[in-house]
Design a protein around this ligand. Structure first.
Ligand SMILES: [Zn+2]
Length: 177
């Protein structure tokens, strides 16, 4: 089954996540969410009738940040596939991950210690800190919000109606992570 994105708002109408339209529909059936908008072009089928798929739902809670460990790909996407040291754009299969504080020095697999790096810079930096290697970070890596991670995950499945909903709730530049 093809899954379509549903924008999830919390109690305060803040975009907090993206669910599949199927999951959102289940929440609707269980009365666990308020559907603010339905898709005009996408519906769910049952033997007896069709239901319009939820486009925007609101869940009656305040979402706190939960911890998420970064994946390689999430780091690349956060950094827009740009080497953090020379600014070069790297392709998916050429991108490497640099531990700013090297693993051998106790540097951890954490958003704040990981950046996208081209292979030349990675080789040059090796097992050193940026300072020791005489290299400078072009940006300070941060943990993206959970919503940004959701955007990344769903980015390839956005459709026109969903982009319209994002824009309605203030998310205009989905590439700017
Ligand atoms: Zn580089």
């Amino acid at each position: 089954m093809v899954l379509y994105p549903t924008l999830v708002l919390d109690k305060t109408y803040l975009p907090v996540s993206i669910f599949s339209h199927k999951k959102a529909f289940l929440l609707e059936l269980l009365n666990k969410c308020e559907v603010l908008e339905h898709y005009k072009t996408i519906s769910l089928h049952s033997p007896s009738r069709n239901y319009p798929a939820p486009l925007v739902i609101r869940i009656p809670v305040l979402i706190r940040h939960w911890e998420s460990s970064p994946t390689r790909r999430a780091v690349f996407i956060r950094d827009n596939f740009t080497c953090a040291y020379c600014g070069k754009t790297v392709k998916d299969n050429e991108a490497t991950i640099d531990h700013i504080v090297p693993k051998s020095r106790g540097g951890k697999w954490q958003w704040e210690n990981l950046v996208t790096c081209c292979s030349e810079c990675n080789q040059k930096k090796g097992n050193k800190t940026p300072k020791e290697a005489g290299m400078e970070l072009l940006f300070k890596p941060k943990k993206p919000s959970n919503f940004q991670i959701s955007l990344n995950r769903w980015k390839n499945r956005f459709n026109e109606e969903f982009l319209g909903a994002l824009s309605l709730y203030g998310i205009r530049n989905v590439e700017a992570i």
